[in-house]
Design a protein. Structure first.
Length: 293
């Protein structure tokens, strides 16, 4: 019972102190400072927006002139262009946030100096980011791939859509766009640097006239090769080959420009089948069923 008057007295004292503190605040000055800070932030936002737009335009024009001058291949120029845009974008973004925090009175420089740049980078989870950037730079310097190249990265197969500061975008042949962190790229199979081989298999049975089939195939090769510009080496008849499944095939090898091997294979296979059918040679029934399905 004796504590109640003491507690009430203390509460009244604290309430009086808070009321006095709020009353003595210079609300005009606080409001003016808030408005001034907002105006400065808006001005900074406009300034950095202009810097970002002008910088991207200058980079675009520079790479446009480089392409005209044939200083880089189209794919390599596209890769460096997208990477340069990303680097510029993140640099502008960093300085923008630094300026905004400084205007708000947050001592960013003191925080970085006190904690150490390495500690801040690790604390913010930037270690993976730095690895992505470094890996991306090595990919470009070593010319492992460029925009438009057909590649296989891990289990992802498709064409390089873009090379960014942190990720590489691969567009699959079904249209799927996959984002791969650069640090995850360890093994790259580039299928756009050399001519690609296409193996054409004509299934056979032991009782078929192999010599006659070879004559027909060689005749088709001689007639069709000059008509296909994508063929880089004349087809070579390998002969009878046993596939892992145990099936016997008459195999032909042809080299074509990268990206055209599938089309070339289809054209030669169609010509072989038409010529064999015209000569009265029947292929195994199971194969015919697969071709018709």
């Amino acid at each position: 019972m004796l504590l109640s008057p003491i507690i009430n007295h203390q509460l009244n004292k604290d309430s009086h102190f808070i009321t006095k503190y709020i009353t003595n605040l210079n609300w005009d000055e606080i409001f003016a400072k808030i408005v001034n800070t907002i105006i400065i932030i808006l001005a900074l936002s406009l300034l950095f927006f202009i810097i970002n737009s002008v910088g991207k335009k200058l980079i675009k024009n520079a790479f446009h002139r480089a392409r005209k001058g044939n200083d880089y291949t189209k794919g390599r120029a596209g890769s460096i262009y997208t990477l340069s845009l990303n680097i510029f974008h993140y640099t502008v973004l960093f300085f923008y946030f630094y300026a905004v925090l400084s205007v708000m009175g947050i001592p960013v420089g003191t925080l970085i100096a006190g904690a150490g740049i390495v500690s801040v980078a690790i604390g913010l989870g930037a270690q993976g980011f730095v690895t992505d950037v470094v890996t991306g730079l090595f990919i470009l310097m070593e010319q492992q791939f460029a925009v438009g190249d057909a590649v296989k990265i891990g289990t992802i197969t498709g064409t390089i859509h873009a090379v960014g500061l942190r990720t590489t975008q691969v567009k699959g042949y079904d249209g799927t766009l996959t984002y791969i962190p650069n640090r995850s790229i360890t093994i790259v199979s580039n299928m756009s640097r050399n001519d690609m081989q296409a193996l054409i298999n004509i299934p056979i049975t032991p009782n078929m006239d192999i010599e006659k089939m070879e004559e027909i195939i060689m005749r088709v090769n001689k007639d069709l090769t000059p008509q296909l510009d994508a063929v880089t080496q004349a087809p070579a008849l390998i002969g009878v080959v046993e596939l892992p499944s145990g099936q016997l095939v008459l195999q032909t090898s042809v080299f074509a420009q990268n990206g055209h091997q599938a089309k070339v294979k289809q054209q030669f296979l169609a010509a072989y089948l038409a010529a064999l059918q015209q000569a009265g040679i029947e292929l195994p029934v199971t194969t015919q069923q697969k071709l018709n399905s």
